[in-house]
Write a protein that binds this ligand. Sequence first.
Ligand code: IYR
Length: 222
Amino acid sequence: MNHEGEPTLPLDLPRRPGPELLERARRFRETMASRRSVREFSSEAVPLDVLDECVRAAGSAPSGANRQPWTFVVVTEPALKRAIRLGAEAEEREFYAHRITDEWRAALAPLGTNWEKPFLERAPALIAIFRHAYDVEEGQKRTNYYTVESVGIAVGILIAALHHAGLATLTHTPSPMAFLGQILGRPANEKAFVLLPVGYPSAGCRVPALHKKALEEIRLLR
Ligand code: IYR
């Protein structure tokens, strides 16, 4: 028990020798280095049990006061995917026509994006992640803490888990995203956070030639 009288468990984390740590770190880094955001999907179905395992991994994330302020909606129903595509394209049309700044347009040029989002219908699954700004228990609002950080970490683990399993994702944030909660019938405390199309890349899928910063550009030693 801890000092509040709450139950505790022994921690089960194996102590690995240095070379094994390095080898495992290197292999994970290599695995993650091949992850790319994909916008051209095959329509081939993905196994739901694989998605479930990846969502379980995401659900293991740390969160403020362990509130786990997230819902993962796995959408495979074609009519729902179509509605989501139409909702996203309505916002994106406005974004690319009016809301985008010249500077932002230039920043997006290497990605080749536009208002059209056919991948939202073609990808076999869309995982819509909702952030619980608060929870409602017995009609009372209960505050959650650090929800953006918590859900961001969970989504990072989800993207890593899907990639590690062998599935491609796109981290998609049509803005604003209120249409997602409406289409999927989420309550007012759940705010759409990000939309992840998931599947296999289409045959011949190409991705932009992007550069990732080297260690020396992102890590400081003090
Ligand atoms: N949400 C838009 C625009 C967009 C914005 C950023 I920042 C990106 O990295 C990519 C796209 C869209 O999905 O097209």
